[in-house]
Design a protein around this ligand. Structure first.
Ligand SMILES: [Zn+2]
Length: 314
């Protein structure tokens, strides 16, 4: 492709460009602060016709859509991790055709009859239409190398990956199934936190998932928590931080409250790199940073190690 075409396309994209960059850390924080509008795949899908260029927000490299898809949505130049959908991620982790989805049709009920800018029911409907998913997590049993495992993958494009009663219930059923079938468990998280449209019902999911994980741990079964950009608030404060092993993707924003809230509360300057995966690795909250392209291989190695005794005993 000639240089001139390249430049023209770049200029043509300027007006829609911010929409293709992943949600900045501030967006996750806004989600937690109950802002009704979430930046997500919905607006992205609407604004950008298919087959165009994406600009890497880190190195400004222009990447063709298809090239980005083939590279698991990772910039080939600088390794920046773009957001990836739950189904694509499952595809990148388990063996082809091995994944049996659980509770695929489970949907939330607007128990509080919540209405903000729009009613919760209409929000759910529009996100279901735009994402093709019923809620913000996909769960099931699949095979990764020689391991049969329970896998849950969250999707930020569905209402900011917020944890409502469906996310909590699907994950709890997955964890209970893993305990029953004596399977290792992997949950890939990305979330702005609890789903405020469901009030207390969403907060209850923290205890429910944590309780199920306690039984899974008691059965001496391994759980690897994978944190991706961003994993915050109620999800980070429950199952996402309870892994026997906690790994994160490079550059992921991970935390409870957003940096602005913490800064206002503590009245102190935050250290550089605060709430990034790299900062948290240095401070011992997470065990490893694994790039998306190496994730499957690394997870298999971890599971080999963590299930060695079990296999020896069998
Ligand atoms: Zn880049």
């Amino acid at each position: 492709m000639s240089k001139t075409t390249f430049t023209r396309k770049t200029l043509g994209l300027e007006t829609v460009e911010p929409a293709v960059t992943p949600a900045p850390p501030a967006a996750a924080e806004k989600a937690f602060a109950r802002k009704p509008k979430m930046p997500g795949a919905k607006s992205r899908k609407k604004d950008i016709p298919e087959g165009l260029w994406n600009k890497c927000p880190k190195c400004a490299n222009m990447i063709y859509d298809r090239e980005l898809d083939e590279n698991l949505k990772v910039c080939q130049k600088c390794g920046f991790h773009f957001p990836i959908g739950a189904r694509e991620r499952i595809h990148s982790l388990v063996e082809t055709c091995s994944f049996e989805e659980m509770d695929a049709g489970m949907t939330s009920v607007d128990i509080l009859q919540f209405t903000g800018v729009a009613s919760y029911t209409s929000k759910l409907r529009s996100y279901q239409e735009s994402t093709g998913q019923k809620d913000a997590v996909i769960t099931g049993i699949g095979t990764m190398g020689r391991h049969r495992l329970a896998l849950g993958v969250m999707d930020f494009s569905f209402l900011g990956g917020s944890m409502g009663s469906v996310v909590g219930e699907k994950l709890t059923r997955l964890i209970e199934k893993a305990t029953e079938k004596e399977l290792p468990l992997i949950i890939v998280s990305t979330s702005g936190g609890a789903r405020m449209y469901e009030g207390m019902f969403s907060l209850m999911q923290m205890a429910k998932t944590s309780g199920a994980l306690a039984y899974h741990a008691k059965a001496r079964l391994p759980y690897v928590s994978v944190l991706t950009h961003p994993t915050t608030a109620g999800v980070m404060a429950s199952y996402a931080s309870l892994g026997d092993l906690i790994v994160a993707e490079p550059g992921a924003m991970i935390g409870f409250a957003g940096p602005r809230v913490i800064k206002d509360t503590t009245q102190a300057e935050l250290p550089p790199g605060f709430q990034t995966a790299e900062f948290l690795l240095d401070h011992g909250l997470i065990d490893a940073i694994v790039s998306r392209k190496e994730m499957k291989e690394k997870l298999m190695t971890y599971l080999d190690f963590m299930t060695e005794n079990r296999r020896g005993a069998a």
